[in-house]
Design a protein around this ligand. Sequence first.
Ligand SMILES: Cc1cc2nc3c(=O)[nH]c(=O)nc-3n(C[C@H](O)[C@H](O)[C@H](O)COP(=O)(O)OP(=O)(O)OC[C@H]3O[C@@H](n4cnc5c(N)ncnc54)[C@H](O)[C@@H]3O)c2cc1C
Length: 440
Amino acid sequence: MSDESYDIVIVGGGLVGNSLALALAQSSLQIAVVEAIDYEQKTEISIHSISSCDEACAQTSSAVYIPVHEQRDKHTTKSQLERRRVEDNRAIGLSYTSQRILQKLGVWPQIEAKAHPIDSVHISLQGRFGVATISAAEQGLASLGCNIDIHYLQKILAHRVRLEALALYAPYRVNLCHRVEGQWQLTLTNGPIEKKLKARLVVAADGSDSELRRTMGITAQVWDYQQSALVSRLTFSKPLNNRSYERFTPLGLMAILPAGAHEATFIWSTTHDQAAYWQNADEKIVLQQLQNIWGYRLGRLQSASPAVHYPLRRIEANQLYQEGFVLIGNAAQTLHPVAAQGFNLGLRSAMMLAEVLCSAQKGGRDYAEAAILAEYVAKQALDRKQIARFTHFLVSRFAADREFFNQWRPLALCGLEWVPGAKSLLARLGLGGAQKALWV
Ligand SMILES: Cc1cc2nc3c(=O)[nH]c(=O)nc-3n(C[C@H](O)[C@H](O)[C@H](O)COP(=O)(O)OP(=O)(O)OC[C@H]3O[C@@H](n4cnc5c(N)ncnc54)[C@H](O)[C@@H]3O)c2cc1C
């Protein structure tokens, strides 16, 4: 069997890997993506059809999203894992910059058709006075961003990769990767089927627990926030009117993002114990307690889907590239979702990497050279650093520190309303990073 040869192999066709592939699609570089899950074929499985999903999962165990670290989480019981296995129920908040990038990548019309715009964000404190509102109108924009179901986004990106006639090996796992005479040799498997690929450059977009990062001997700093994000779907009697809500509570930060006229994605960063309790609680109790926390600004809380929990960590790879190898997306840095920036940052990185690689190739330079990859890392450094710091600050100060909650948060909200430029800065970071994007 002769090895198939590519200029660039992207390992991990998740949100960031597939976005990078699309950004490189118009170049003359030969691109392949290897992805363990067949996102195009994966049906959007309802949490209510557990038995049929278990069958499906048993047949294609690779088509299941369970981060490796979660399997080791001592707080995750077997039944929680069973439930977790059913569905990755996240919705992704896309910033304004991300929307424009996705437009460039040719996928925006399909995404827009199912996205829920966010025109304003309402920030409040439970049991305290002090509210801040950030609106698209005051920022001079049509919207601040939008909210989209992660399954749908994955599916659209994977489908577009195929439409662009890029090679997509899915479901295939990269098991081995080694370098021989300036070329990578990769071994992929799908059950008993094995394939071998060759590549000049390998991009690791294989997520937070990146096996490639480990294989390359690259270490990472890990901050365990000792928190989980609980994600669920809620319905309210009053319409959301394209408004999202963030509420600081003594139990952690909660957010409600529009997912329909009366529907919302609910995300709550809290302790593992709270998360386990709420995940197993009866729906009636959940509805009652959430109603107490949120009040009646959205009317009566009518339903809550079973929650799924995601352990939260910040991960920063200590090195982002080697000759012929570069990390991107969650494999390079994983952020707490409090500021909804993980994919947004990963997408901007993908655009920057594509731009640097294409301009190297056009200029007759070796795009796999360490100096070229260093150029990419340097150009992305400010955005990466500012977003990581901003997110970490929100988590450590605003979301997790009770003393800070009691003393300073009301003032912080007043500050947002009254300090000139404070809201614009927050909006600018949320909308798409600190750096002015060149590609939009
Ligand atoms: C609760 C929660 C809410 C979030 N909300 C937001 C939000 O609102 N906005 C936002 O911007 N971000 C958000 N994020 C972050 C966002 O989900 C991630 O930053 C983003 O999904 C990272 O994409 P990725 O492609 O780098 O990694 P992943 O999505 O993890 O994709 C990695 C891919 O690599 C594949 N893979 C792994 N190993 C191999 C292998 N050996 N061979 C082949 N394939 C492999 C996996 O199957 C997977 O598809 C949230 C995160 C959480 C936990």
